[in-house]
Design a protein around this ligand. Structure first.
Ligand SMILES: Nc1ncnc2c1ncn2[C@@H]1O[C@H](COP(=O)(O)OP(=O)(O)OP(=O)(O)O)[C@@H](O)[C@H]1O
Ligand SMILES: [Mg+2]
Length: 264
């Protein structure tokens, strides 16, 4: 179902091509907390279908940027445009989620007392898109989708286990599977590899690369091995703005990035 947006004259504005052709367009975005500028004239463009890695020191504003995209935090100034025309600064968190922006927080929030497959099934049933509303009563369709999602997040062999018995990494994958049930146009993932074993970290990079074939993804991570594995364009944030952007090799050889982040 097409999400019902509030009548908004801003949407009628003719926007430049750079905006209309972007999946996510941030320009001149700033937000202050008690006088401290956590995001400072931030500009960032994510193309449709792109996966982007975001790096930067603690406090750079990476999570706050995600808070702004998802509507948790409202910017003081600046443009935040989704899908070429939707002004996210005018919408609340629920409306933004319904547009197809899914967010994975650092701590997994799965239903520990339910099995892996039940967690996915609940997420599929909660899907508010066409699929969810039209097919919600056809259990064969639901289970076909559950199987598909379990395969994507590599938990097919663990489907009968209680989510609470999974490893930390497997719980993260389960939550990613639950987010994918909504088939988001954009998936925001904050530090997915934190607390994972090296093997799980490698598997998570593979998993995100698979997902990025059909979804746009913005992933924040401190693990440089993981970022290298992703092999995508990297943006380094510092003090709420973009410090450097380009391939990992370009960004990681930038003197300023070494100074504020990598050289620590
Ligand atoms: N709701 C808030 N109220 C007050 N200050 C905040 C709030 N959210 C973020 N900040 C501050 O804004 C700055 C940016 O924080 P943010 O969490 O976005 O950094 P980050 O880049 O995600 O860092 P990390 O790598 O440690 O997760 C920090 O100084 C933080 O303390
Ligand atoms: Mg953070």
């Amino acid at each position: 179902m097409e999400t019902q947006l509030p009548a908004d004259p801003v949407q009628a504005i003719e926007r430049p091509q750079i905006v209309t052709q972007s999946l996510l367009y941030l320009d001149g975005v700033s937000v202050s907390f008690d006088g401290f500028r956590a995001i400072n004239s931030l500009s960032l463009i994510i193309a449709p279908g792109e996966m982007r890695a975001i790096i930067g020191p603690n406090g750079a504003g990476k999570t706050t940027m995600m808070d702004i995209i998802t509507g948790k935090t409202k910017p003081d100034t600046g443009d935040v445009i989704f899908d070429g025309h939707v002004d996210l600064t005018k919408l609340d968190e629920t409306a933004i989620a319904n547009l197809g922006i899914g967010r994975k927080f650092q701590k997994p929030t799965v239903f520990e007392m339910h099995t892996v497959e039940d967690n996915i099934e609940m997420a599929v049933k909660a899907d508010r898109t066409v699929f969810g509303t039209l097919f919600s009563r056809h259990s064969a369709e639901i289970w076909r989708r559950v199987d598909e999602l379990l395969g994507i997040v590599r938990l097919g062999d663990h489907r009968k286990r209680l989510a609470g018995d999974l490893s930390h990494g497997q719980k993260q994958w389960l939550e990613i599977g639950m987010l994918l049930a909504q088939d988001p146009k954009l998936l925001l993932v904050d530090e997915p590899a934190a607390g994972m074993t090296d093997v799980e970290t490698g598997a998570t990079a593979d998993l995100l690369k698979d997902i990025a074939r059909t979804h746009s993804v913005v992933v924040v991570e401190h693990d440089m091995g993981f970022i290298r594995e992703l092999g995508v364009k990297v943006t380094c944030l510092h003090e709420g703005s973009v410090l450097a952007e380009g391939s990992l090799d370009q960004v990681s050889s930038d003197e300023r990035v070494i100074e504020v982040y990598l050289g620590r």
